[in-house]
Design a protein around this ligand. Structure first.
Ligand code: AG3
Length: 286
């Protein structure tokens, strides 16, 4: 474990003998929380970057792709999402996109309070004013425990976690998905980030298998995030009733226009096309 300082390069290991390497223009923060190593660095191309245990989580330049896709796909698939639960998501980028919808409440359960505090201080362009919104309820704690114990019901659950290894592994388990299903409303659905099909195929296969044991309708969809390993990035969706292919695009277009969303990746057409998978991804989840 080493700290990267100004003028050096930060590199994330992608595969054997393969790293993504970033010039560090400024070291904004380095420290260790109770749970992980946290770094905020500035790169001339990507702007500020949040790195947890050596894995790039978000950059100012490309955060919109992942956050728009994690949020808008399930929130537009659901006809009237009122209560949304976010597990993880400490930087606030997911919360901000959820609040762009007319939801009644967004509950966010984040394990590491430090990540939220540091993001509010140094990455405020990502959360915008989401943490101050009256509809936001922020809970610091273990997301898996929250889901197992709460008596509340939610329309949509978004799992915005780190990689499916270590502390976050439980968020890809059958037990966790089962508990999520219990607290979802009748036509509720869950979306979880499910890693890189190119670099984490085994983990994706396992997580999707677990999801299938719980939800009658399961799909994988994808987008391209250039700072994540392999760039091709997957999300897994588990749904009780709503079927992605049956989404009413003209109704979604109307909702999208009415909300006046200024997206940079998501479009109502992508609502369906993102489920059409490259063959290698199909094979991982079939
Ligand atoms: N969470 C998923 C990032 C995973 C990146 N993995 C990696 N770099 N090895 C992103 C959190 C953004 N709210």
């Amino acid at each position: 474990v080493y700290w990267v300082t100004e003028g050096e390069r930060f590199s994330e290991l992608v595969g054997q003998g393969f790293e993504y390497s970033y010039q560090v223009e400024e070291t904004i923060y380095q420290g260790k929380s109770k749970y992980q190593k946290i770094e905020i660095l500035r790169n001339p191309y990507f702007g500020r970057m949040l790195i947890l245990d050596g894995a790039v989580q978000v950059t100012e330049r490309d955060e919109f792709i992942y956050h728009e896709m994690l949020t808008h796909i399930p929130l537009f698939l659901h006809p009237v999402p009122k209560k949304v639960l976010i597990i993880g998501g400490g930087d606030g980028g997911t919360l901000r996109r959820v609040l762009e919808h007319p939801v009644e409440e967004a509950v966010m359960v984040e394990l590491d309070e430090e990540v939220v505090k540091l993001s509010q201080k140094h990455l405020s362009s990502i959360s915008d004013s989401a943490f101050d919104d009256k509809r936001t309820r922020l809970v610091f704690g273990d997301g898996a425990k929250f889901v197992a114990e709460t008596k509340e019901k939610f329309d949509v659950i978004l799992v915005d976690s780190t990689d499916p290894v270590g502390a976050a592994e439980i968020l890809f388990s059958e037990e966790f998905y089962g508990n999520c299903s219990q607290i979802l409303s009748k036509n509720g659905l869950l979306v979880t980030q499910s890693g890189s099909p190119l670099c984490q195929a085994k983990e994706l296969n396992k997580a999707f298998g677990n999801l299938r044991k719980v939800f009658p309708i399961c799909r994988v969809y994808f987008c391209t995030v250039f700072t994540y390993p392999g760039t091709l990035w997957s999300f897994a969706l588990g749904s009780k009733e709503l079927v992605p292919e049956e989404a009413d695009l003209s109704a979604i277009e109307k909702r999208f226009e009415k909300l006046g969303l200024k997206t940079k990746y998501y479009t109502p057409q992508i609502q369906k096309s993102c489920f059409i998978l490259p063959k290698l991804v199909q094979e991982i989840v079939s």
